[in-house]
Design a binder for this molecule. Structure first.
Ligand SMILES: CC(C)(COP(=O)(O)OP(=O)(O)OC[C@H]1O[C@@H](n2cnc3c(N)ncnc32)[C@H](O)[C@@H]1OP(=O)(O)O)[C@@H](O)C(=O)NCCC(=O)NCCS
Length: 174
């Protein structure tokens, strides 16, 4: 029974203890860094939703969502000049900022179910309506790329993107 719970005093220690595999460490910040990022975002007045992912009572993962309007940060100059960028510019979106399942619990379908529930949460539009959900991943993270594609995310990459950027970004139409 996978479900999302707000990060609270009761589960924060378990969230901080979660780890990805050694070869996955470059794919995302540690959860303690993510919680620091959440604190900073909130102190700047930006909405952010850090969730523990639980299987029953056991914390197995972490996912963090925020809400934004600015699409320029993800891409490079060619993207900023592209028709695609002009289309998205100023349109609000939800962003899956961090997402991980602890190495002990990967490959059991928990990630897929947690992502589905995160998208269901986004569709409640807690910060206002948006037509898009965005996320980013390392170009070497083939598992994430295939997984997100299977959920319906489509990469938004201008020409030259792969050479110039550390991360790929993908959009899901809500
Ligand atoms: C990406 C991640 C969250 C997926 O969570 P998970 O619980 O392992 O995923 P699931 O078991 O629900 O599997 C989702 C899909 O990915 C595939 N998958 C998962 N792990 C895989 C692996 N090691 N190799 C190949 N495919 C894999 C599964 O086959 C599955 O597809 P299917 O449903 O068609 O079979 C998890 O692997 C993870 O935390 N990775 C490290 C951190 C990371 O990369 N986060 C994303 C940064 S953007």
């Amino acid at each position: 029974m996978i479900h999302l719970e707000k990060v609270t005093r009761d589960n924060v220690d378990d969230v901080i203890e979660l780890r990805v595999a050694r070869e996955q460490k470059d794919f995302l910040a540690s959860n303690v860094e993510s919680l620091a990022d959440a604190y900073l975002a909130l102190s700047e007045g930006r909405p952010v939703y850090p969730f523990a992912i639980l299987n029953g009572k056991k914390v197995v993962g972490f996912i963090m969502i925020d809400y934004a309007h600015d699409w320029s940060g993800y891409e490079h100059e060619a993207w900023l000049k592209s028709d695609e960028y002009k289309f998205y510019e100023d349109k609000p979106y939800y962003y899956i900022w961090r997402f991980m399942i602890d190495k002990r619990f990967q490959g059991r379908g928990y990630g897929r179910e947690a992502l589905k529930q995160a998208i269901d949460f986004v569709k409640t539009f807690p910060c206002g309506e948006a037509k898009y959900c965005v996320l980013s991943y390392s170009p070497t993270n083939e598992v994430a790329k295939k997984f997100y594609e299977s959920v319906g995310f489509v990469e938004i990459n201008g020409p030259g993107y792969y050479e110039e950027n550390d991360e790929r970004s993908a959009v899901l139409k809500l």
